[in-house]
Design a protein around this ligand. Structure first.
Ligand code: C2E
Ligand code: MG
Ligand code: MG
Ligand code: MG
Length: 281
């Protein structure tokens, strides 16, 4: 029986596919363990006000360092978490941890810092009808003012069911958290929906930003997104700013906020605190 099974498998999978399937399975098992044992870490990347260069907030980004496999990128483990349902506990953890860190920073500074933290919310989390109450509960448990939280959603949450997306986004917005549309420009959302959604910030995808000064078309796209956002009364964040020249160009074009290695990569909470404390208005 064992042999028959193996033969059948061999017909279905190429060796590369088998390797991939094995790694996928290992990742799932190890990720489940990492979440249970509280082994994930939340890093923070500063968001800069382009009009004055000050830190206005941070994006929270999950990091996983496995004792055996080393650093595993969220580009690899977030899709696995989404497929196997682990994104729900992971997403709750990220929100909770972000609120905790805000509290730790306030305590260290001896004041309520004028900072916002942005947390990524995946489509699988957004699909849950209890997402607004989940967010409200975590805010309440940490005594975090909702004004200090921004949720980053992707266009994929709108595509499948725009009417539901509008309803859920309004429910979230009613909590007084703000909403950002992440990786804007890479999805397939109908622009007509954009004006019906309560979005505060468009985050221009890094693929348009990182090498924008080398390609005229990209500058044109960035300009178009900036004027679209302005017409709809939304703010803008450019992600993937890697050089002084790009930061200056975006500031001159009127982009509200900037994020990228030019300012700082994502770093652990205490490093983020040290970075921020010397760069606030
Ligand atoms: P994202 O939300 O678009 O986050 C921005 C990504 O761009 C981060 O990658 C960040 O490290 C990277 N980045 C920022 N500035 C630069 C730059 O100047 N140059 C380059 N080359 N990259 C830059 P990261 O941390 O690897 O995360 C990848 C994606 O994984 C995120 O993209 C997000 O979609 C997802 N992710 C990470 N943490 C979470 C989480 O807690 N929950 C969920 N649902 N998704 C998460
Ligand atoms: Mg994001
Ligand atoms: Mg993004
Ligand atoms: Mg991105």
């Amino acid at each position: 029986l064992k042999r028959a099974k193996r033969t059948r498998q061999a017909e279905i999978y190429t060796p590369e596919e088998l390797d991939k399937a094995r790694r996928r399975f290992t990742l799932e098992t190890e990720l489940r363990k990492a979440i249970e044992l509280d082994r994930l870490e939340l890093y923070f990347q500063p968001l800069i006000d382009m009009s004055n260069g000050f830190v206005t907030g941070f994006e929270a980004l999950a990091r996983w360092k496995d004792p055996d496999y080393g650093m595993i990128s969220p580009v690899e483990f977030i899709p696995v978490a989404e497929e196997c349902g682990l994104i729900l506990p992971l997403g709750r953890w990220a929100l909770d941890r972000a609120c905790q860190v805000l509290n730790e920073w306030d305590a260290k500074a001896g004041e309520v810092l004028p900072l916002k933290v942005s947390v990524n919310v995946s489509a699988a989390q957004f699909a849950r009808d209890d997402i607004p109450s989940m967010v409200a509960n975590i805010l309440r448990a940490n005594k975090t003012k909702p004004e200090r939280l921004c949720l980053e959603l992707t266009e994929s949450v709108v595509v499948s069911d725009p009417a539901r997306a509008a309803k859920v986004m309004s429910a979230l917005r009613a909590l007084n958290v703000s909403l950002a549309m992440d990786d804007f420009g890479t999805g397939y959302s109908n622009l007509a929906y954009l004006q019906q959604l309560p979005i505060d910030v468009l985050k221009i995808d890094r693929s348009f930003i990182s090498d924008m000064l080398k390609e005229r078309d990209k500058v044109a796209i960035v300009r178009a997104i900036l004027s679209l956002a302005s017409a709809l009364g939304m703010e803008t964040t450019a992600e993937g700013i890697e050089t002084l020249e790009i930061s200056q160009t975006l500031a001159a074009l009127g982009c509200s906020f900037g994020q990228g290695y030019f300012y700082s990569p994502p770093v652990p909470a205490d490093e983020a605190y040290a970075y921020m404390i010397t760069r606030m208005g």
